[in-house]
Design a protein around this ligand. Structure first.
Ligand SMILES: Nc1ncnc2c1ncn2[C@@H]1O[C@H](COP(=O)(O)OP(=O)(O)O)[C@@H](O)[C@H]1O
Ligand SMILES: [Mg+2]
Length: 328
């Protein structure tokens, strides 16, 4: 196996909380002991409900937030040993909202050139040339260079954000809900563009979504998060064909073709997502688990190998084990 493009080793993020009765001393574990590795050219999908820690983990991968414990390396280099330009040349973000992430007073050419300006790279003529090349790469006509974001559609703005992310020629892109703010009809176009760029440029991707169907066709491997932890991780085909964690099964059963309006799919799990300040004892999923057993509330499962995947469940589902077998 080749060296990892991105390696996340036992990363946690704990936020001190001071709200209401929790003033002083309370802690919220947004990410708890996550280890993941992404090979060069691979697409890792990260899925889970809102509040499970996806954005916090993405900010840590981008060096925007220091982890409380653990380490992130990119191309074998610890992120914390790299300067801002070194990080920016290796990894770039694509965020959810192409409306708020683009400065409304800048032209598209200025927006796409921002990373070059920030890092003092090139003359203004060279920057203009590169911005034009990037616009072409994402399938936008050169006449857009002089326009303002308000003159573009949501899908076109997200293409601009992708052009800006590529101008420093990073090899790794972290996409946090890249299509959740877009119309359903546009979401597939943006995902197809990312897939084309991956092929043409050999990029490595982490794609984060609350909706499994967004990562289904794009991701080689999928990590399912629940309350700050990875509860199942494996090749996409194995995750869909043979989910071992009851939570993964629930996500698959609730996955919408593509999620209109970016809402949260109805999981049919009855109870709400737990409070991360007061996590349930044992397996954090046990209060909502349709297959819960008595010791699930007292024993914390580890992420162990199961078939082609890793799963954190005391009683992982077997292939096809949906209904109880008829008695012989
Ligand atoms: N800066 C912060 N301070 C305190 N709590 C935070 C902060 N950022 C995120 N959280 C909490 O961490 C948990 C995970 O949030 P987030 O990473 O945004 O999840 P997701 O992206 O999966 O919706 C949530 O409970 C959220 O309220
Ligand atoms: Mg988020």
């Amino acid at each position: 196996m080749s060296a990892a493009m991105l390696d996340i080793r036992d990363v946690s993020k704990v936020f001190p909380i001071s709200r209401g009765m929790f003033r002083g001393g309370a802690k919220l574990t947004a990410v708890g002991g996550v280890s993941l590795s992404v090979a060069p050219g691979e697409v890792l999908g990260i899925v889970g409900e809102s509040g499970c820690g996806k954005t916090t983990l993405s900010q840590i991968m981008l060096g925007l937030l220091p982890p409380t414990t653990g380490e992130v390396t990119i191309d074998g280099q610890p992120l914390k040993s790299l300067g801002r330009l070194d990080i920016a040349r290796r990894v770039q973000p694509i965020f959810q909202d192409p409306y708020s992430s683009l400065n409304p007073r800048q032209t598209i050419q200025e927006i796409v050139s921002v990373p070059l300006v920030v890092h003092g790279i090139g003359s203004s003529a060279e920057r203009a040339k590169q911005a034009a090349a990037m616009l072409d790469l994402v399938g936008l006509p050169a006449r857009f260079l002089d326009r303002l974001p308000s003159q573009l559609s949501g899908g076109q703005r997200q293409r601009v954000a992708i052009a800006r992310a590529l101008i420093l020629k990073p090899r790794l892109l972290i996409c946090d809900e890249p299509t959740s703010a877009l119309d359903v009809s546009i979401q597939a176009q943006v995902l197809n563009l990312l897939a084309d760029l991956r092929r043409e440029l050999g990029l490595t991707f982490v794609v984060i979504s609350h909706n499994l169907s967004v990562v289904e066709y794009f991701a080689d491997r999928i990590a399912v998060m629940y309350l700050g932890r990875v509860v199942e991780e494996g090749p996409s085909a194995a995750i869909f064909a043979n989910p071992h964690h009851p939570y993964t099964r629930a996500l698959i059963d609730s996955a919408l073709p593509i999620d209109p309006g970016g809402g949260i799919p109805e999981l049919g799990l009855g109870q709400a997502f737990p409070d991360p300040i007061n996590p349930p004892p044992g397996c954090a999923f046990n209060p909502r688990c349709p297959a819960v057993r008595p010791d699930c509330a007292s024993r914390m499962p580890r992420l162990d190998a199961q078939g082609e995947s890793r799963v954190a469940c005391l009683y992982p589902l077997e292939r096809g084990a949906v209904a109880a077998p008829a008695s012989a």
